[in-house]
Design a binder for this molecule. Sequence first.
Ligand code: AMP
Ligand code: ZN
Length: 114
Amino acid sequence: MADCLFCNIIAGKIPASVVYRDADCIGFDDIHPAAPVHVLFVPKRHIDGVSTLTEADRETAGQLLLAAATYARSKGLEAAGYRVLANVGAGAGQTVFHLHVHLLGGKHLRGRGD
Ligand code: AMP
Ligand code: ZN
């Protein structure tokens, strides 16, 4: 989509710090990191977000999660733990309407146990 920020990053028209690539997805550093590691994983094919996923997107959705896990493993993030999340809809903080998951790690992330 011509007017989609993440499609433009995927096309190389807008610069980003790309840290992960595979056949279906790329991962790049979030421009406003909320943790020492904050990478956005996005499918190369435009999908608006989690709420518009259909059966046709099954493989892409799985690949996206696998990409985040593969990257986290390569960086040894699982020992300390990390978070993978998606904001769904403007009311939940989604600001870019191209499917993505945030990978947050590299520091202690507060949870219910804290
Ligand atoms: P969300 O709010 O869940 O839709 O996530 C969108 C994320 O994209 C935010 O965390 C932004 O900081 C991030 N972002 C916005 N513009 C850029 C950019 N040009 N490069 C990298 N990350 C960006
Ligand atoms: Zn897009």
